[in-house]
Design a protein around this ligand. Structure first.
Ligand SMILES: [Mn+2]
Length: 321
């Protein structure tokens, strides 16, 4: 954490009367939580400012809070754009970031490209929401129970209940303080994030039984949409199940392929507990964290190529170990 830098972000926020907060496409609870928590904290601190959290809303994440629809054009000179939880311009949802003059990026993903403004990147944070907690704790930005709860949702979700790295004592102290101070209902938060229908569990059963594992310890599955719908699930939900396979000794890297019919592309979710995967994911129109990435390709041939490439990555990793 860089307190001086956080104070600089606060003073930028103070300067502008209209602020737009964006995040990545295909949002998760950390992406939506971080933009909503930041918006609400700024509104609480500066009631006269116009602050919006924009981007496509997702019905299953409505419990986190409501996003804003904007009708007016965003002023080039007088508006501040804050991008949270997103490392590259192409993945920003809702506006073309390169068209704006005053931009702040607040992110915990490895650096990909500059947004031509202030960049605060902390890859030692488990989530964008953890960085915003630091921002609020170290500046005059205000917090209330609702902001605290939203931040906690992002932290819990991105760290998968404090399972994934980076999670450390410092984070647990910060979270404990938050829960105590705002009397947060941890059980209720867990329920809103993790409650799911039996059809999801049955789909996981299908995945368990059909995951292919190579001799180089790569696991993969292509989950066809008719299979997904036969379990009453949706492709995005199916690809999210990838996070439940973190501690299987038979594989090092695992990837789930689903089809996005609307955009006519294959989406690949990739996780690792060994090889660094985001660089190879970038070759396939993707990227992300070193052990948690995504990719998008157009054809089945490219899917096969990607699987072969990740298999080679595992092979190299095993050889060098
Ligand atoms: Mn995140």
């Amino acid at each position: 954490m860089n307190k001086e830098f956080l104070k600089k972000i606060y003073s930028e926020i103070r300067k502008f009367n209209s602020i737009y907060i964006v995040r990545h496409i295909g949002p998760d609870p950390d992406a939506i939580g971080s933009q909503i928590a930041l918006r609400d904290s700024i509104r609480l601190t500066f009631p006269e400012k116009k602050v919006y959290a924009i981007g496509q809303s997702v019905s299953k994440f409505k419990y986190i809070g409501k996003l804003d629809k904007i009708e007016d054009d965003i002023s080039y000179d007088n508006s501040l754009i804050i991008a949270v939880d997103v490392p590259n311009m192409a993945r920003v949802d809702g506006l073309a970031i390169d068209k704006y003059k005053n931009v702040i990026k607040i992110d915990h993903h490895p650096f990909i490209e500059s947004f031509n403004g202030i960049e605060y990147i902390d890859t030692s944070s488990c989530s964008a929401c953890e960085i915003l907690l630091d921002l609020i704790n170290n500046t005059r930005l205000m917090m209330n129970e609702s902001v605290a709860k939203t931040l906690l949702i992002g932290i819990i979700s991105d760290s998968n209940r404090f399972l994934f790295n980076p999670v450390n004592a410092n984070l647990l102290y910060k979270v404990a303080d938050l829960i105590k101070k705002y009397k947060l209902d941890l059980q209720g938060i867990y329920e809103s994030i993790y409650m799911r229908p039996i059809s999801d569990i049955r789909l996981m059963g299908y995945i368990d039984n059909n995951l292919k594992i190579t001799k180089n310890k790569l696991a993969y599955i292509i989950i066809e949409n008719d299979i997904v719908s036969s379990f009453n699930a949706d492709p995005a939900g199916a690809s999210n199940m990838i996070n439940d396979y973190s501690f299987v000794e038979d594989f090092l890297v695992w990837l789930f392929v689903t089809k996005d019919e609307k955009n006519d592309i294959f989406k690949i979710s990739i996780r690792s507990r060994g090889p660094v995967i985001n660089e190879l994911a970038a070759k396939y129109n993707g990227g992300g964290h070193i052990y948690s990435s995504g990719a998008r390709v157009k054809t089945m041939e490219e899917v096969q190529e990607l699987i072969d490439d990740f298999d080679k990555l595992c092979k190299e990793y095993l050889k060098n170990k």
